[in-house]
Write a protein that binds this ligand. Structure first.
Ligand SMILES: *[C@@H]1O[C@H](CO)[C@@H](O)[C@H](O)[C@H]1NC(C)=O
Ligand SMILES: *[C@@H]1O[C@H](CO)[C@@H](O)[C@H](O)[C@H]1NC(C)=O
Ligand SMILES: *[C@@H]1O[C@H](CO)[C@@H](O)[C@H](O)[C@H]1NC(C)=O
Ligand SMILES: *[C@@H]1O[C@H](CO)[C@@H](O)[C@H](O)[C@H]1NC(C)=O
Ligand SMILES: *[C@@H]1O[C@H](CO)[C@@H](O)[C@H](O)[C@H]1NC(C)=O
Ligand SMILES: *[C@@H]1O[C@H](CO)[C@@H](O)[C@H](O)[C@H]1NC(C)=O
Ligand SMILES: *[C@@H]1O[C@H](CO)[C@@H](O)[C@H](O)[C@H]1NC(C)=O
Ligand SMILES: *[C@@H]1O[C@H](CO)[C@@H](O)[C@H](O)[C@H]1NC(C)=O
Ligand SMILES: [Cu+2]
Length: 578
């Protein structure tokens, strides 16, 4: 108990200091996790959700606020909740990464998360972080500027509209995860969703209620807070007859960028203004469409979710006969589902609103090759009786520890011998096509001293059967310096780095056939998961845990864990059913 008190006291001091005292509030939520039957696609399906809702409740705060979330687990699954993108300074214990920072909360148990929102504004989100449960356990986390003279760096929107893109799975999500870990990487959802609804392209959901009608007034500005909560796909989002002005991504402001198509990969968020300047009598389809890699990648059905933006009459003067529009909504022309270029351009056009003082001397340079390989059940290298396909970084497929979360092992100086160090470079060449090669599994970490400037170049395969990789780092934002197609070439590509106003994000989209480079300073001690946000990549090992050591002073040292921190004996068995 003493430890808990000390910890909260300490956290409170930090929050007060950061907020300059005064107007910070405490925002409290209770999340009851349970299984409910939801009807989609003519079918009642049992899903695990928070407070009976899909998406779950939106957490709304102001910068500087403290958040308390009581999680009451009435579901049959052990689970954790991760506060995606929240920087959690000196509060790694609250990160909610299953078996990285904590044991799952057991069925019929509770756990309370406490954290502060400091120096971030915009849209983030929260989600379950065990197995694939995040497909239904997720919601938006909206951070508004604190009251006072500082406010949005753009015209105050008329209204804010969350747009949570997701997927509807009929398969049980824990079973999905088991299947992934047994090498079945190609399961797909039944439908794409916007705000939990499949939309009017699917039968049984044609009812108005389910079609995501956004009623807007003519001549106003709306702020769309867009989250990609899907497991499998990057999405293109368009609204017929309208453009977006992107003003933020991952709760960092960007220079206003006007575009007719938004690209959003799993884990990412985008804040975009929508000016309702189209014909006021019109109705306009909004479409979220899943990108998929071209052949020879295995092909899946096209996933589209559709909503309608419609204007209501704000006592406009009566329309003339010739201005009358047909009732059929106008449809946007979508990019080709295999075309990666609109995505590449979207990311390439994002810059930070304010220039940043960028650390120029890099202490650690890491090259992370994102790949896949065979894991031989029998071990050894002949690998006759294969086995599973697993995703890898630098030829290692990450495996979660089964009994002691890495943060606890690290904190109590008890990192077991089974925990290895991920190599800083790749053994494999990325410029030729080759069949899958054998690989190995390990719980691999990379230790970093406090206050180290780290640069990581991520490389997707440069072979025909490639894919993009949205790489997400917990507990830190980073600068995205550059991206490119092809194999990273240090001599040539370093010159393209944006060292003036690179976007600041928590997830970097590493393009298909290409690379991306990030830079950050380790200022937050703890164990921070770095992983691909595609479910089929993260569940099968495209991950590493970055262990950031304590700094020299008390205020650069991770405090002890909360007294009521969950424990676990066997993670795998907790997942399934207890
Ligand atoms: C209904 O959902 C279940 C899984 O929850 C699935 O097995 C079944 O095929 C679905 N039925 C239809 C008609 O889609
Ligand atoms: C969990 O919280 C609920 C509601 O507050 C309470 O009734 C229950 O006793 C708690 N269970 C545990 C194991 O703490
Ligand atoms: C919807 O259902 C109708 C009638 O059952 C059928 O004719 C039509 O093909 C279905 N449409 C889709 C998109 O499944
Ligand atoms: C920005 O987008 C435009 C097309 O909309 C494209 O021509 C341009 O190359 C992009 N810029 C970058 C740096 O990717
Ligand atoms: C591979 O497994 C099959 C049965 O699963 C067995 O019949 C065969 O002998 C095995 N081959 C090798 C090389 O181990
Ligand atoms: C692949 O890369 C290696 C080393 O960088 C180079 O020697 C070789 O010529 C390249 N092959 C192709 C097909 O580009
Ligand atoms: C990858 O790891 C496996 C298993 O340790 C090993 O057999 C293989 O040679 C490695 N591949 C490369 C390219 O180093
Ligand atoms: C962090 O490192 C930089 C550059 O090496 C140094 O100037 C700075 O004083 C260090 N800060 C802390 C808090 O150690
Ligand atoms: Cu990936």
């Amino acid at each position: 108990m003493a430890a808990t008190v000390a910890f909260f006291f300490f956290a409170a001091i930090l929050a007060a200091a950061a907020a300059g005292g005064g107007d910070a509030a405490l925002v409290e939520h209770t999340f009851i996790v349970s299984q409910v039957r939801l009807n989609r696609l003519c079918n009642d399906t049992l899903v695990t959700v928070v407070n009976g809702q899909l998406p779950g409740p939106t957490i709304e705060v102001r910068e500087g606020d403290s958040v308390v979330v009581h999680v009451i687990n009435k579901s049959p699954h052990g689970l954790t909740i991760h506060w995606h993108g929240v920087k959690l300074q000196l509060n790694c214990w609250a990160d909610g990464a299953g078996m990285i920072t904590q044991c799952p909360i057991r069925p019929n148990n509770n756990f309370t998360y406490r954290f502060d929102i400091v120096e971030q504004e915009g849209t983030l989100w929260w989600h379950a972080h065990v197995a694939s449960l995040r497909a239904t356990i997720h919601g938006a986390l909206i951070i508004r500027p604190r009251p006072g003279p500082s406010s949005y760096p753009f015209p105050k929107p008329e209204k804010e509209i969350p747009i949570v893109i997701g997927e509807w799975w009929e398969m049980d999500l824990v079973e999905l995860d088991m299947r992934l870990r047994n090498g079945n990487l190609f399961d797909v959802p039944r439908a794409a969703t916007i705000n939990g609804q499949t939309g009017d392209l699917y039968n049984c959901s044609g009812a108005i209620k389910e079609s995501n009608i956004l009623n807007v007034e003519h001549g106003k500005t709306y702020l769309l807070r867009i989250v990609n909560a899907a497991l499998n796909s990057e999405y293109y989002l368009k609204i017929a007859g309208h453009k977006f002005t992107v003003v933020g991504a991952d709760a960092n402001y960007v220079k206003p960028y006007t575009t007719d198509v938004i690209t959003i990969a799993p884990g990412e968020t985008v804040d975009a203004l929508l000016v309702t300047d189209a014909h006021p009598g019109g109705r306009y389809y909004m479409i979220a469409m899943a990108y998929q890699p071209p052949k020879p990648a295995k092909q899946f059905p096209l996933f589209l979710s559709r909503g309608i933006v419609q204007y209501y009459d704000n006592n406009a003067s009566p329309r003339k006969e010739e201005e009358a529009l047909p009732n059929t909504p106008m449809a946007p022309e979508m990019p080709d589902q295999h075309d990666a270029v609109p995505s590449f351009y979207f990311y390439g056009n994002l810059t930070s609103l304010q220039p940043h003082p960028l650390p120029t001397i890099v202490d650690e340079r890491l090259f992370y090759a994102l790949d896949a390989g065979y894991f031989c059940r029998e071990g050894g290298s002949s690998c006759q009786n294969v086995s599973n396909i697993v995703a890898t970084i630098n030829n290692v497929s990450f495996q979660l520890p089964e009994t002691t979360p890495l943060l606890q092992a690290h904190y109590y100086n008890n990192m077991k011998s089974g925990i290895g160090t991920l190599p800083d470079g790749s053994p494999r060449m990325f410029n030729y096509s080759m069949s899958l090669a054998p690989t190995s599994k390990a719980t691999s970490v990379r230790k970093l001293r406090y206050n180290t400037t780290v640069e990581i170049v991520f490389q997707s395969p440069v072979i025909a059967d490639s894919y993009s990789n949205p790489m997400h780092l917990h507990g830190h934002d980073f600068f995205v310096l550059a991206q490119g197609f092809g194999k990273f070439d240090e001599k040539k590509d370093v010159k393209t780095y944006n060292l003036v106003d690179p976007p600041v994000r928590n997830t970097v989209h590493v393009p298909i056939y290409g690379w991306a480079a990030i830079r950050f300073v380790t200022k937050n001690p703890g164990v921070w998961y770095l992983h691909c946000h595609y479910g089929h990549h993260s569940s099968t090992g495209m991950a590493v845990a970055l262990v950031v050591e304590n700094g020299p002073t008390l205020d650069t040292t991770l405090p002890p864990p909360p007294a009521d921190f969950p424990s676990c004996d066997n993670y795998i068995s907790m997942l399934a059913n207890e």
